[in-house]
Design a protein around this ligand. Structure first.
Ligand code: HEC
Ligand code: HEC
Length: 309
């Protein structure tokens, strides 16, 4: 009796599970038929997005990264960005020519070369995947989009997500580079050190050297001076102002803090032989990052900075 009851129960469970499972299976098949009938592969688009773009963009509502805007429901937003572009056209433009348009509230900084080693068909899948975020894409239109072929100009500078995460951790936590630098071009954040945006246009060697041996190349706008005081003290810092009343220097303390030092003209050395203010060749950027960072971290940082162009 009990066995019969159990068997009936099991049958009911199987039937009640089988129906939704079958419906789910059919809908999956329908979805893939719908996508594949247009020659598009949304799961490849999703995987490429995760690898290539995921370090800078999130698709979940409310989550943000430091590098790129949140792309929640971008399938809807994309259609409203530019009056003459459909959602798919806008998405394609954002990927192949990020400088063409920067949406209000977004800041510049999407690498120009981010898609430069992808096949056009892969870019098409990414466009289809993004167009499906919050909207029903026009697959027919996406299939017809004309996509430039950059894949022949493979660019070794393109950074992968694992490198991006390594570089992020090193920049923010381990070496605290962002204590002094900003990654973006923003006048407010360039007081202590140059912003790193735009450095992507210089060569990797210069970037690497600036990090491992800051004194070897000092960017002129941040060059320091050495001020000789009457009582024998010496102050080193960037000359912020100088007039009849005295000078003001931005100096970096040994523990990493910055301060403004005012020296009244009367306290500067008055000596015809010795100038009171002379150029100082050392950088305000500390030494020792080559020892603090592993080779992999250093390479990842250089690659990340090279994206900022
Ligand atoms: C290094 C960071 C970074 C990477 C990697 C990156 N992006 Fe971006 N992206 C940005 C930034 C910053 C912006 C905002 C400035 C702009 O619109 O150009 C942006 C903007 C966009 C926009 C426009 C958003 C809007 O609100 O209009 C789209 C779409 C986009 N990215 C897609 C992608 C795709 C697809 C990839 C990968 C193939 C990618 N991004 C890789 C940083 C990045
Ligand atoms: C205590 C502040 C400070 C920290 C921390 C710091 N820097 Fe710098 N950095 C500077 C200053 C100031 C300059 C400009 C003087 C110079 O060129 O050496 C500079 C210059 C640079 C340059 C050359 C910029 C150019 O325009 O040529 C690069 C690249 C750079 N830093 C990267 C880094 C990286 C990467 C880290 C972390 C590993 C880091 N910095 C940590 C202050 C800092």
């Amino acid at each position: 009796m009990n066995q019969m009851k159990t068997a009936r129960c099991l049958r009911l469970i199987v039937i009640s599970l089988a129906l939704p499972l079958a419906a789910w299976g059919v809908s999956i098949v329908l979805m893939s038929v719908q996508a594949s009938s247009h020659g598009l592969n949304l799961s490849r688009g999703a995987a490429t997005f995760r690898d290539r773009c995921g370090a800078c963009h999130f698709l979940e509502q409310g989550v943000s990264t430091h590098h790129g805007p949140n792309l929640y429901a971008i399938g809807v937003t994309a259609g409203k960005r530019k009056p003459n572009l459909s959602a798919a056209e806008y998405l394609l433009e954002s990927i192949v020519d990020p400088d063409a348009f920067v949406a209000p509230q977004n800041r510049h900084g999407m690498p120009r070369n981010v898609a430069h080693d992808l096949e056009p068909s892969t870019i098409r899948d990414v466009v289809a995947f993004l167009a499906s975020q919050g909207a029903q894409p026009n697959y027919e239109e996406i299939r017809r989009l004309e996509i430039p072929d950059f894949s022949t100009q493979r660019d070794p500078r393109v950074i992968r997500r694992d490198e991006m995460e390594l570089a992020e951790h090193a920049l923010r936590e381990k070496a605290d580079c962002l204590h002094c630098h900003s990654l973006y071009r923003n006048a407010e954040y360039q007081v202590l050190a140059p912003c790193l945006f735009g450095m992507g246009l210089t060569d990797a060697k210069h970037i690497r050297e600036s990090i491992v041996d800051p004194n070897s190349v000092v960017s002129p706008a941040y060059a320091q001076v050495r001020a000789q005081l009457d009582d024998g003290r010496i102050e080193v810092g960037r000359l912020i102002s100088s007039n009849d009343e005295g000078i003001s220097l931005l100096t970096r303390g040994t523990v990493g803090g910055w301060s403004f030092v005012q020296v009244p003209a009367s306290e500067l050395i008055q000596d015809d032989e010795e100038p009171s203010i002379a150029p100082f060749s050392g950088s305000a950027m500390p030494n020792g990052f080559d020892k603090l960072l592993s080779d992999r971290e250093l390479e990842a940082i250089v690659k990340l900075i090279r994206q900022l162009n």
